[in-house]
Design a protein around this ligand. Sequence first.
Ligand code: R5P
Length: 292
Amino acid sequence: MGKKRVVVGFADSRNLARAVAKRSRSEYTEAELKDFPDKESYLRYKTDLKGKRVYILRSLNDPNRKIVELLLAAYTAKELGAKKVILIAPYLCYMRQDKRFKPGEAISSKIIARLFNACFDELITVDPHLHRYKSLNDIFIIKSKKLTAVQPIADFIKKNIKTPFILGPDMESYQWARKVASSLKCGVDVLKKHRYGSETVRIKIKEGLDLKDKGVVIVDDVISTGHTVMEVVKDVKALGAKKIYCVCTHGVFAEDSLRKIRRLGASVYSTNTIENAVSEIDVTEMITKEIK
Ligand code: R5P
């Protein structure tokens, strides 16, 4: 008898999707994608989806094209008779514009959520950027599950970093920084950040923070342009930290930021919600647990 669950991967989510399929004993299939000459997207399934729970797994960094492809994937799965169509977006896009900061701006998080509400039955994601929203339920009407990479991150630090001291670069990072530190039973502090634009942030480090001989680990949900963590790295260096690490759930690393952060002397690690050169922290197990 054929399997009742199918995990759908894409070329850019193949490794994680395959690993999740294998561990959850689900069928794995890869959606075939092509561009028409005019750059419109083409998608085809090469397996039977009728009556199955279909888990479409793809992280939504670099999201615009992927969103269109996901719409094709979700609606086609339904038309082909899938029992349920579930989006696993380990990195969920468009979560940071959660407010009209200037008159006339699109609140993109709500608009993208509306699209996903219309074509998926459920959503599973990891450490979504919830700032002004209290929960995913504020914008998603479909069943949604928020996982967190706190434990895999804490386990990684325990195994690889001596005498850690955890720093959260801003109040939003408190939720991760505090939990990671409490799991490691080590010191933690959370700094104050002012963002003046996507390129400019200022962070105030507390006077008297004793970081001498500590392995300072800056923990955040996302590293995108890297400006947030780079500001902290510069301050922390000045306070005499022995080694500096930047660890995040989602390594977006826009604008060559991985190289820029490393050039400042910090080591960088992320989970594999987005696969990159430093995605050493594995989230396969926690995602697999959600596949029933
Ligand atoms: C913002 O509040 C987030 O938690 C991250 O600190 C932020 O998104 C990182 O962005 P960037 O790397 O562009 O400074």
